[in-house]
Design a protein around this ligand. Structure first.
Ligand code: HEM
Length: 516
């Protein structure tokens, strides 16, 4: 309308910020003279299909970088535009919470770092980030090596017996073993054993994933919890995991009380370098529920994500033998037959690019979830408080407008002598670890973990899709899974010669790989 556009002009002229004008006019004159967000009508059925981010990609090609998806009374904003993603995640991150995600994950993560918002988040982020200091991550590299070595032994047996292996579940166990040691110094040893606690962790995980794709929250119906066999199983599993956690906290507390070490910035106990140990030594309250929530959050965050990255990397490699050859050439010459060290992380450049490219094609998770806490402007569109927003990292990473041959697996698109790609140098079109204040705290940890595992596996074995393997299709929970596993045939390679390691101080580590 003429009046509102005149008012808008004068308000802007006297220096009222665009966002405020948008808010005032949106409120005073309905939609004012702003364009309306394109709207796509969806059906719950389409979104509940195997991988809900696939129909969102089709809709993105039709409706563009921001559109509204409506199902009856409920609606979501789907964002696939780098500058809007940057605005939500970084520039105006204070105006957004985790929304539905926090509601779904409450039963397992409580107010742990991933779902937490506001003051709780701020305080815990400050407590946890220092625990993942460089010296800790460097120590973790040998843990990654030992755990991958156990997997190699297992694959060695399979190669001898001529048995095919299902790699997705093996990667899940590998990363569970790693994260258990890394977070609370507990050896799940899930690659060799199927103990009750391992099964309980998986029960809890599956439940979290099912809840995140279920449109009706049946678990909220009070009696359902007591009569549904499945919900009873989930409760029992949660109890076992929590009891185990309590025991680990108690054991760790005794160690901390007995040790002589002074707490300092790069504090680490050599016998128990875990994040839990750091947190207790830094004064975290042992009896707090918050500590358990954060431990559980890191267990889940650091487990399925890394496993999914490895699974999809091996799937992509199975289709590109030339990439595998280049990879093996690099790994043979840099590592030979020894365990990887921090110095190697800088030298395994092509290996790193393979992981970078795998995380572009299969981002984990494929969408980031937010809710607006106040009215805001997204691009040219005003939005209200209380909007549920999905930032589709999948769409950003596969947009034909942002990438050459977007769907092609091409590690060469990232020059080996160029900077390590991240959200900042790619201007939010590449978000493997999110961005802004809520960026992943485990990014360096996870990068090294996947690089070590990939390098150690391809130097020892060749992997091919097994004859008669089920087709590899996607399904989602929090991360992208295969529908029927990744069945592969493993054959041994000839052992490479031993390449000695060079000593380097941690100061010389590539700074572009480290956190900001
Ligand atoms: C957050 C990805 C491994 C702990 C995130 C986010 C992403 C991500 C995209 C941002 C979520 C959002 O903005 O909504 C990944 C990937 C991993 C990985 C792809 C493996 C390849 C890890 C590991 C840990 C970890 C190993 C723990 C040691 C966390 C935590 C947060 C987080 C605690 C929440 C941070 C906050 O909200 O302040 N991760 N992650 N992640 N990640 Fe990771």
């Amino acid at each position: 309308s003429g009046l509102s556009s005149m008012l808008k002009k004068s308000l802007l002229k006297v220096g009222v910020p665009k966002e405020v004008v948008g808010f005032l006019l949106g409120w005073a004159a309905g939609e004012g003279d702003y364009p309306e967000i394109p709207e796509a009508k969806g059906s719950v059925k389409a979104i509940r299909s195997e991988a809900f981010f696939i129909p969102l990609y089709e809709l993105y090609l039709t409706y563009g970088g921001i559109f509204r998806l409506t199902f009856g009374p409920k609606s979501f904003l789907i964002v696939s535009d780098p500058s809007i993603a940057k605005h939500i995640l970084r520039d105006n991150s204070k105006a957004y919470s985790k929304g539905i995600l926090a509601e779904i994950l409450e039963f397992v993560m409580g107010t742990g770092l991933i779902p937490a918002d506001g003051e709780v988040w701020r305080v815990r982020r400050r407590a946890i980030v220092p625990a993942l200091h460089l010296k800790y991550v460097v120590t973790m590299i040998s843990l990654f090596g030992q755990a991958t070595d156990r997997l190699c032994k297992k694959l060695d047996d399979a190669a001898s017996d001529g048995e095919d292996v299902e790699m997705e579940s093996l990667f899940s166990r590998l990363t569970l073993d790693i994260i258990g040691k890394a977070v609370f110094n507990y050896d799940f040893d899930s690659l060799t054993n199927d103990t009750g606690i391992v099964e309980a962790v998986y029960t809890v995980l599956r439940e979290a994933e099912d809840r995140s794709v279920s449109p009706i929250p049946v678990w909220e119906i009070p009696i359902w919890k007591d009569i549904s066999p499945r919900q009873r199983k989930v409760s029992a599993a949660l109890k076992l995991v929590n009891d185990t956690l309590n025991e680990l906290v108690a054991i760790c507390k005794r160690m901390v009380d007995e040790e002589e070490l002074q707490f300092h910035e790069e504090y680490m106990n050599e016998q128990d370098p875990s994040i839990l140990h750091f947190l207790l030594a830094s004064g975290d309250d042992v009896s707090s529920k918050q500590l358990r929530d954060d431990l559980m959050t890191m267990l889940i965050a650091g487990h399925e994500t890394s496993a999914a990255v490895l699974t999809w990397t091996f799937y992509l490699l199975s289709k590109e033998p030339s990439v595998v050859s280049k990879l093996q050439e690099e790994v043979d010459s840099v590592l030979g037959d020894r365990f990887p060290t921090i110095e190697d992380m800088k030298k395994l450049r092509y290996t790193t690019r393979v992981i970078n490219e795998s995380m572009r094609l299969y981002p984990q998770p494929p969408v980031l979830i937010r809710r607006s806490l106040e009215n805001d402007m997204l691009g040219e569109y005003p939005i209200n408080r209380g909007e549920d927003i999905f930032i589709s990292v999948w769409n950003l990473h596969r947009s034909p407008n942002l990438w050459d041959e977007a769907d092609k697996f091409q590690p060469e698109r990232w020059p080996v002598d160029g900077p390590n790609p991240n959200e900042t140098n790619q201007n939010f079109k590449y978000l493997p670890f999110g961005g802004g204040p809520r960026k992943c705290v485990g990014d360096l940890f996870a990068s090294y973990e996947t690089i070590v595992a990939l390098a150690m596996l391809v130097r020892r074995f060749n992997f091919q899709m097994a004859v008669g393997a089920p087709p590899v299709e996607m399904t989602t929970g929090a991360t992208i899974h295969t529908t029927q596993g990744l069945k592969m045939t493993v054959t041994r390679r000839i052992k490479p010669p031993i390449v000695p390691s060079l000593q380097m101080s941690t100061k010389e580590i590539d700074p572009s790989m480290s956190k900001d």
